[in-house]
Each structure stands twice: as C-alpha cells, then as structure tokens.
Design a binder for this molecule. Structure first.
Ligand code: IPE
Ligand code: IPE
Ligand code: MG
Length: 253
C-alpha cells in the first residue's frame, strides 16, 4: 500500500470524509453457493482496496461500518467468524496500514468484545496514533443511537458534576461528545448491496451528508466503483438550507 505522505489535501471537489455501509457480503457468497462467511472474508479484501484508493486520492477520513449493534442478533457461528476475522485482519494488516501512514481508530462499544480483540484494537490505535495520512475509522459494535446516548450520558454527568450548565447544551456541544467529532463531518455516505437505509449508522453525523446507494455487493467493490460514487458526489449541489442562487454566488466569489 503506497504512503500518501507526498500528497496534499484532496481536490476541493472530492469528499474529505467518506462513510460506507459495507453491505452484501452474505448475498455475494450465496450467489456462489458458498457459506455467508466466505463473503465476509472476501469483503475484507475489498476493505484493503478501498483503504488504498482513499489513501491514493488524498481523502482525509474513511469510516467503515463493519459490525452494527444489531448484528449480534445473527446466528452465533456467523458472529463468531466475524469476530475472528476482525482479529486476524487486524493482526495481518496493521503493519501495512502503519507503513501507509494510516491512522486507525475504532468507534463503538468495545466492551462487548473479547479481551484479546480489545487489546489488539488498543495496540493498533496506539501504534498508528501519530500517523498523518488517511484517518481510517472502523465502526464495530457501533450504533447511531448508542453514539447519541453515550454523548447524552456524558453530558448529563458533566451537568450533574457542575462542569456544565443545562444552557450550555447546544448542538455544537453535543457534537463534541459524539464519535468522530475531531474529523470533518462525512461528506459522502455510500451503501453497497442495494438496500436504501442507514441501518443505525452515523445518525448525528449524517445530518447533511450526501447519500449514495449502489447495487454492487461489497466484495465486488473496487476503486473504479468508488470513483463513480465520488463523481456523483462532485455533481451534487450542497445547499445546507440555502437557495441554489446563494450557493452559486458564494462559490463564484
Ligand atoms: C455486511 O454484509 C456485513 C455485515 C453486516 C457484518 P451482510 O452480511 O449484511 O450481507 P447481506 O446483506 O446478507 O448480503
Ligand atoms: C448494516 O448492514 C451493518 C453493516 C454493514 C455492518 P446490515 O446488513 O446489518 O443491515 P440491515 O439489517 O439489512 O438493515
Ligand atoms: Mg446486510
């Protein structure tokens, strides 16, 4: 994986932060009469491709939905395979990610993971903490409602302790308590696999994100498909509540 040391910020039109729901692993496998878990293994290869594509394009942040807070409801053997796959992928990829100057972080409630997985997550985060290339965030045991709830709980405890006043609780403050607050908000949301829903991904952070859905199954996702999503993004006009005329005028100025 090449480093992106030499690259500056992405061209203004490219998204700075991309968030992806990597969906369709099970169907990819079923189409080939393979067990669903074969789709997850193939999906890990697509992760590698897209991380490399984002690094090469100078994108600042990539947030990948790897396991939702609802995915525990899947059959136990599938969950077990996914947990083992997280561990083996982390172990096999960390050196390459570090060499590529990627800063790896996890978001989600890690307390449900095995001690060994938690240890590897912490080690990987520490090892790459000083890296200045792509910010790669893996959402694992993550849920948008969990995120907002953990923010609310920490705000409540700061209010109870007198560190905050109720009147301090405004959107900008809530934002600082949610995950990924230190990064630009996602500009582009991609969901592979054909479903058009958010499935409890970044509920707070997606408020003004451009949504892009593709039928391509995650194990088939590649740099060309990613470029198509970016090209669609570039054609969008983001108005953030303003009129088209106001937006055109401010970009002309
Ligand atoms: C996404 O693929 C991976 C995870 C949710 C862990 P799926 O496993 O949901 O694949 P489909 O949607 O059943 O095809
Ligand atoms: C969303 O996919 C979660 C991840 C990709 C990790 P799901 O396959 O779990 O979503 P639903 O159940 O179809 O909404
Ligand atoms: Mg799915």
């Amino acid at each position: 994986m090449p480093t992106n040391d030499a690259q500056g910020p992405p061209p203004a039109s490219l998204p700075r932060h991309v968030a992806i729901v990597m969906d369709g692993n099970g169907r990819w496998a079923q189409q080939r009469s393979l067990p669903r878990t074969a789709g997850h293994r193939e999906g890990a290869k697509a992760v590698r491709r897209i991380v490399q594509a984002c690094s090469e394009r100078g994108i600042e942040a990539l947030t990948l939905f790897a396991f939702s807070s609802e995915n525990w409801q899947r059959p136990r053997p599938e969950v077990d395979v996914l947990m083992r796959l997280f561990l083996t992928t982390l172990r096999s990829e960390i050196r390459r990610l570090d060499a590529a100057n990627v800063r790896l972080r996890f978001i989600g409630d890690q307390s449900a993971f095995s001690t060994i997985l938690q240890t590897y997550i912490t080690k990987a985060e520490q090892r790459t903490a000083g890296n200045t290339g792509l910010n790669l965030n893996i959402a694992a045991n993550y849920g948008g409602r969990w995120d907002i709830t953990q923010a609310a709980r920490r705000i409540a405890s700061d209010v109870a302790a007198g560190r905050l006043q109720p009147a301090d609780v405004v959107p900008d403050l809530v934002h600082r308590y949610t995950c990924l607050a230190e990064l630009p908000e996602p500009d582009l949301f991609i969901r592979t696999g054909g479903e058009q829903r958010i499935s409890n991904f970044l509920l707070w952070q997606l408020a003004y994100t451009e949504l892009y859905f593709t039928d391509r199954l995650w194990p088939d996702y590649d740099a060309d498909a990613f470029d198509l999503a970016c090209a669609a993004f570039v054609r969008r006009q983001r108005r953030f509540g303003q009129t088209a005329e106001q937006v055109t005028r401010s970009t002309d100025a």
